[in-house]
Write a protein that binds this ligand. Structure first.
Ligand SMILES: NC(=O)c1ccc[n+]([C@@H]2O[C@H](COP(=O)([O-])OP(=O)(O)OC[C@H]3O[C@@H](n4cnc5c(N)ncnc54)[C@H](OP(=O)(O)O)[C@@H]3O)[C@@H](O)[C@H]2O)c1
Length: 376
């Protein structure tokens, strides 16, 4: 299972006695004022007994250098990865101390540095997940530029970034909605459309009702496919049907949910899977896969390291590909699809900036469906 040991404890430590203006070292000081010219408010990870805790700091307002853009962040969203960072599930000694949490955010351009040509003041933008993965296949350098837990994080009233690290957001989306796109939506979109070559009428399997899977459901339905989604909750499955699911299965009530999924396809099997479950789901998802199907290897909610029955892939002429979010070029292609189909993300709940720690705790509780947002 994913290491869940004690990741809530950093929140609890900050928890009941938490003030949003707790400073580093846990000293309660004067309230930190919202942005006022020279300074801004920004959350940072700080070491805790186990993992990290969130601390709100007042820091100098960044300035845009040559080629850089200043963005007033209006909303950010959470991904499972952000919880994993808080709990230090990825290991690494003090890897995120002083880093700004969260990869995903959207806002308005408020200043541009010299030689900036891609953006102007007033533009509505979102950060791209990898600040330096612009187009084509990734490089080691591009993959090192992932946002979150470092200076590229988004949980800050104002951020500075190279102009290449942003995309324009679809006009019909609010900032809250656009803030959900950079990681979960793009991962689902790349898995289904770029790698899976989505076609109308295909059966598509989504596992659970978290961020990636609900985007997969919404995208597949918008493309005229037949999404089938699993969940531990019948209530969430009912809501999934309202979002356009073709069929559903409760993986908690039915441990052999893959049989139910195949039956829902009339025995054909699913043409595509976004596998976010990992160790406990991948083998079962392959049992539900159709001839010539595609499985996107995305997540490890139940842990990684599945024993993949490679022969089962071979016998049915299936393909599998690893997906690690995507490039700016992919993000722009996804935005074109979102605009064309007027797709709207499913936001479960919006928290205020001062209650950021509640958003993390809410995600850990597991009652959410789709995305959790923090408004700035
Ligand atoms: N490779 C990439 O680029 C990439 C990008 C984004 C995310 N990921 C990974 O993909 C996974 C999902 O991320 P996320 O942000 O979408 O997560 P999330 O929003 O936190 O999704 C959590 C939901 O997944 C479902 N779930 C949990 N354990 C499950 C299991 N064993 N089998 C089936 N469903 C299960 C539950 O849904 P119900 O409540 O409905 O049961 C739970 O509420 C994570 O492992 C994450 O690290 C990878």
């Amino acid at each position: 299972m994913t290491k869940h040991c004690d990741w809530l404890s950093p929140l609890r430590r900050v928890g009941a006695a938490y003030f949003p203006w707790v400073l580093a070292l846990g000293i309660v000081s004067q309230p930190i004022a919202a942005e006022n010219g020279g300074t801004i408010r920004q959350y940072q990870f700080a070491p805790a007994t186990s993992g990290y805790q969130l601390v709100l700091k007042q820091v100098p307002r960044p300035e845009a250098g040559a080629g850089e853009v200043l963005v007033r962040i209006k909303a950010v969203s959470l991904n499972r990865r952000d919880l994993n960072m808080l709990n230090n599930d990825y290991g690494g000694e003090d890897a995120y101390s002083g880093g700004i949490p969260l990869s995903d955010g959207a806002g308005e351009v408020i200043a541009v540095g010299e030689n900036v040509t891609r953006h102007k003041v007033g533009d509505r933008v979102a950060g791209i997940f990898f600040e330096r993965w612009i187009a084509g296949p990734p490089s080691a350098g591009a993959l090192e530029s992932d946002r979150g837990g470092n200076p590229g994080g988004m949980l800050s009233e104002v951020i500075v970034t190279h102009e290449d690290g942003l995309v324009a957001i679809p006009e019909h989306l609010s900032y809250e909605e656009a803030a959900t796109l950079p990681c979960a939506a793009l991962t689902a979109w790349v898995g289904l459309f770029k790698r899976g070559h989505m076609r109308p009428g295909q059966f598509v399997l989504l596992e659970g009702t978290g961020g990636v899977s609900v985007f997969g459901l919404i995208f597949a339905a918008a493309a005229g496919a037949k999404p089938i989604i699993t969940s531990s909750s019948d209530d969430k499955l009912r809501r999934a049907m309202e979002l356009g699911a073709f069929g559903t299965a409760n993986y908690r009530q039915n441990p052999d949910w893959q049989v139910e999924v195949r039956a829902l396809t009339g025995g054909h099997g699913v043409d595509q899977v976004l596998d976010v479950g990992g160790r406990d789901t991948l083998g079962k998802a392959l049992e539900a896969l159709a001839y010539g199907g595609h499985v996107a290897l995305i997540g490890g909610l139940s842990g990684y390291g599945s024993d993949i029955p490679t022969d089962s892939l071979m016998w049915i002429n299936a393909t599998a590909s690893g997906v690690y979010v995507g490039s700016r070029e992919d993000f722009e292609a996804m935005n074109a699809f979102i605009s064309e189909h007027e797709v709207r993300p499913l936001i479960d709940r919006v928290f205020e900036f001062e209650r950021a720690q509640d958003a993390f705790e809410y995600m850990e509780g597991g009652s959410f469906m789709g995305k959790i947002v923090i408004r700035m």
